[in-house]
Design a protein around this ligand. Sequence first.
Ligand code: NAI
Ligand SMILES: O=C(O)C(=O)[C@H](O)COP(=O)(O)O
Length: 384
Amino acid sequence: MKIVCAETVLLGHEAFSNAGKTEVIPDREITREHLLDADALIIRSKTKATAELLHDTPVKFVGTATAGTDHIDAGWLQKRGIYWCAAPGCNANSVSEYLVAALLTLSRRHGFDLAGKTIGVIGCGNVGSRVVKKFHALGLDVLRNDPPLAAVSPDPDFMPLGAVLPECDIVSLHVPLVKHKPWPTERMADYTFFEQLKPGAIFVNAARGDACDYDALLDAQAGGAVSRMVLDVWTPEPAFRSDVLKRADLASPHIAGHSYEGKLNGTVACYDELCNFFEIRKTWNVASSLPVAEVPTLEIDCAHRDDEEVLHKIVQQVYDIETDDRLIREAAVQGEIERARNFDALRKNYRTRREFHNTEVALPNASAGLQRKVAAMGFKRREA
Ligand SMILES: NC(=O)C1=CN([C@@H]2O[C@H](COP(=O)(O)OP(=O)(O)OC[C@H]3O[C@@H](n4cnc5c(N)ncnc54)[C@H](O)[C@@H]3O)[C@@H](O)[C@H]2O)C=CC1
Ligand SMILES: O=C(O)C(=O)[C@H](O)COP(=O)(O)O
């Protein structure tokens, strides 16, 4: 069996060599010719699984080690009888930690508290539901919008978008990119969206660049509807708009889901599914692949410190989001080709970022409330 695997699939060669002869190719360089004798294709979002790539090849299985699937032509694959799978939820915790890091950084930078603010979460699936839980634990009012879920859920608390937006101090998109009715998300954050928003709101997009009309966003910021923006995703990618970057408070090169665990979970999901599909015995031992955490323990004396100051100090030491922000600004060079190359390189060479649960935190003089908040972010407790 031959497996073609995109280069950015974490530990792709190590994993899939257990199942068959594995050829690793840079994501954007995979062509139909590479697939002419392949049984399976394993990708991330930079490789488009379309008719153009796969027609008249023997590929029977396509796996994407990502949550998003907008790079997969599911209809065409299904028609051709090609099985495909994604990795739902693989990086949901990673994105929720990105959001915690981003909003704590903004609140410290601009001198406000998150507690007591209202956040609107648009899309409450794997990512959104974790965002809801974390920000609720931090003392924010959380408003949820998810019409597809609301249509099938007995939960009465989902709200229409038009009711959420006027109430939000912060609004964060966690929707997939959907182009069709009844609930399209393409350019859902448009002029009408921003007109409805509470003036001065913070806007976050860590979903897909195409879920937002960035011209409308810039106008909204110029007119005061949006005060600050946190942007992880861009349109287009990998080239990104420098004018949008300059106006963002925090920016990053589509790495919200790039914790080590987020990427590894994606590989594992595809490996498991491939083994099931081809009825191959699973022999890859993923546990032996985990690197040690860079910050296994932390201690912060909480006397005379407020909760969000402590939380920010902890989070910053484990995941310093301002490093991502600095790196993308350095990458924002003049030429589009060079900028696109820089964006891809930042993602490919992304540092090993372990999730919060790998760090044990000792908090002398912390209140029980603060201990609960730190635990709700995912950190383990350690006695001082
Ligand atoms: N920046 C990054 O690194 C990452 C970005 N993503 C993006 O975030 C998206 C969401 O990820 P997950 O939560 O894992 O997906 P998910 O499929 O678990 O959840 C998406 C939710 O959005 C809802 N939804 C769909 N259309 C909607 C609409 N018009 N309005 C409001 N809600 C709507 C769905 O009902 C679902 O509950 C992914 O599809 C992907 O595009 C995901 C992971 C990492
Ligand atoms: O899972 C998704 O969806 C994402 O957006 C990933 O975190 C980023 O995927 P890649 O672009 O690294 O494939």
